[in-house]
Design a protein around this ligand. Structure first.
Ligand code: AMP
Ligand code: ZN
Length: 118
């Protein structure tokens, strides 16, 4: 657990959140500021600042994150309509919370993958 990390506190049950799933490797909870009808964050229980700190040795936890995401998509009723799964790394991607997290978004058409004009 990294002190002062909001997601470490949620994982440890020290901060309230709407947890949908938790096991020994990963936790999933609803985003506090949802940008779509379904907006869930899936995170490893172990603290990594971002995806940039993960690699081959983290294959098991990354695999679990994918499996849990697909299960949540089915549970939330968006498996058929489709969904987006993304993580932001660093400044240009707009990362705000520095505990790696994967956004599961769906429940409406999500628009282009990125802004096409900049
Ligand atoms: P990112 O820009 O990828 O770092 O996204 C951080 C996300 O974390 C945002 O969508 C926030 O709404 C979300 N967030 C921040 N604090 C909390 C919290 N306490 N509980 C749930 N989601 C949070
Ligand atoms: Zn953390």
């Amino acid at each position: 657990m990294t002190t002062n990390c909001v997601f470490c506190k949620i994982i440890a049950g020290e901060m309230p959140s709407d947890i949908l799933y938790q096991d020994e490797l990963v936790t999933a909870f609803r985003d506090i500021n949802p940008r779509a009808p379904v907006h869930i964050l899936v995170v490893p229980n172990r603290h990594y600042d971002s995806l940039a700190d993960m690699g081959d040795e983290d294959g098991v936890v990354l695999g679990r994150i994918v499996a849990v995401t697909n299960k949540l998509a089915r549970d939330e009723g968006i498996a058929e309509s489709g969904y987006r799964f993304l993580t932001n790394v660093g400044r240009h991607a707009g990362q705000v919370v520095f505990h790696v997290h994967f956004h599961l978004l769906g429940g409406r058409p999500l628009g282009p993958m990125v802004m096409t004009r900049w």
